[in-house]
Design a protein around this ligand. Structure first.
Ligand SMILES: [Fe+2]
Ligand SMILES: [Fe+2]
Length: 157
């Protein structure tokens, strides 16, 4: 295998890695606060998403090193204390996942253009998870709008 790192691929893999690190922090922060407030089901879902993002970060780091690239730690999103109501949490996550979907779609095109189809495939796999996260949050926001407190009591506590 050609171990010479492809700079553009390593760059997008690192961008994805840093975005995953941010997502882990946001989901864990939401998890702690929802757990503390007694919204057990929502807290568990947020923890499960954090674990998904950690799995993504791990696979991206493995891929960066395997292709001969170096980790480039950079800025990432941090939790916003002003956005911790249930509705705001779901909205934050819709924003986060929408950005992730756009980034992975962009990354897939970069990897394809660089002829790195294994990296492309990894990003495609992660993209499927992000679309699932996004779809789930959009559905929950709609249920919250339609059913309000009843939905919170039945499904999120
Ligand atoms: Fe992710
Ligand atoms: Fe996600």
């Amino acid at each position: 295998m050609d171990r010479k790192p492809r700079a553009k691929v390593v760059e997008i893999l690192n961008e994805a890695f840093n975005s995953e690190v941010g997502a882990i922090g946001v989901y864990m922060d939401q998890h702690f606060h929802m757990d503390d407030a007694g919204y057990d089901k929502l807290a568990e879902l947020l923890k499960s998403n954090a674990k998904d993002e950690m799995g993504h970060a791990e696979k991206l780091a493995e891929r960066i090193l395997m292709t001969g690239g170096a980790m480039a730690y950079g800025k990432h999103v941090i939790p916003d204390p002003k956005r911790r109501s249930i509705t705001e949490i779901i909205k934050v996550n819709i924003e986060l996942e929408t950005e992730a979907v756009a980034m992975y779609n962009r990354g897939i095109m970069i990897c394809a253009a660089e002829g790195d189809n294994a990296s492309r495939r990894l990003l495609e796999e992660i993209l499927m998870d992000e679309e699932r996260h996004l779809d789930d949050m959009i559905t929950r926001l709609q249920l919250l709008k339609d059913h309000g407190d009843h939905y919170i009591a039945e499904k999120l506590m």
